[in-house]
Ligand binder design. Sequence first.
Ligand code: SAM
Length: 342
Amino acid sequence: MQKILEKALHTASLSHEEIITLLGSQDAAPLFKAADSVRRQTLGDEIYLRALIEFSNFCRNNCCYCGIRRDNKKLNRYRLTPEQIIALGNQAAQQGFKTVVLQSGEDVWFDVKILTDIITELKKFDLAVTLSIGEKSREEYLAYRQAGADRYLLRIETTDQELYHRLDPGMSWHNRRRCLQDLKELGYEVGSGVMVGLPEQSLSSLADDILFFKELDVDMCGIGPFIPHPDTPLAACEGRAFELALKVMAITRLLLPDINIPATTAMETLRPQGRLIALQSGANVIMPNITNFECRKLYELYPNKAKTQDNGPDSLTTVLAEIKSIGRILGKGYGGHRRKKY
Ligand code: SAM
């Protein structure tokens, strides 16, 4: 393992085999330490915050793992108005955030006109705008970019195409890949990512995922454990692979030393201090949720996601105290991808 880590530290590259060896290691502490040291050397101690607005839980898709899938009839659906979204953006800017992330299910009520108007208004608050609203046409991505959107998050979910098509009925892996390509070509900072611990997902497939991030040359990468939701077809699956997800994240940091990597909410959900552990194993971004509590509860991708206490993990006081507790500092500015030579 030490030899592989040294190679990664010197070259920021690893073979498929070497990645599998790291993923299968019994004692991953040296891997997490190496990822933390790469993060420190490349990006320093700044942690960047992104204000997350979950603005609609309507979704036309039927992903088997996801609590807001179309066929989950038990879920009450909500949609914030454009005015509410803009007001939350204003609030985020006043609290000192420099980025807002607009996330939703694939909700066709938000057409190009409505969304471009929202983006235009949000840009007036001097915010970087990140979208995470799923698969769209190239023309739509262009319209959002021209309205001022800066970044886009679209997880590939898994690079195992067979697994993808089983878990995302009616969707096409190649279309998702096309979206990522379009977004790159249109000048967005592009984030992708996967879930870890999906049924029948192998270590080899996770190694492919990591090499895919490298090949796509992503600017951001969100990696989270899959957590089964009781009202989905995957209710009985095991999932909850915290340690394995942490390994995937740490190896991604070794291969892409300067990208932005969030400590994901799914990690925080599975482990007390999961976010702090991630921040000390390669992550450098936190995405506090600023959606109002009533809606946040309904954006239930998986159970216990919404921590609705006032002083919960999303509160700015908690976040700032956590950052301080591990000797890190709050990043200033937009915190975009600062490409370094390595
Ligand atoms: N609709 C947009 C899209 O498709 O990119 C954004 C919203 S989607 C719900 C956000 C992410 O939630 C997905 O990319 C997926 O990785 C994650 N997710 C969904 N269900 C999950 C689960 N049960 N456990 C962990 N992550 C989950």
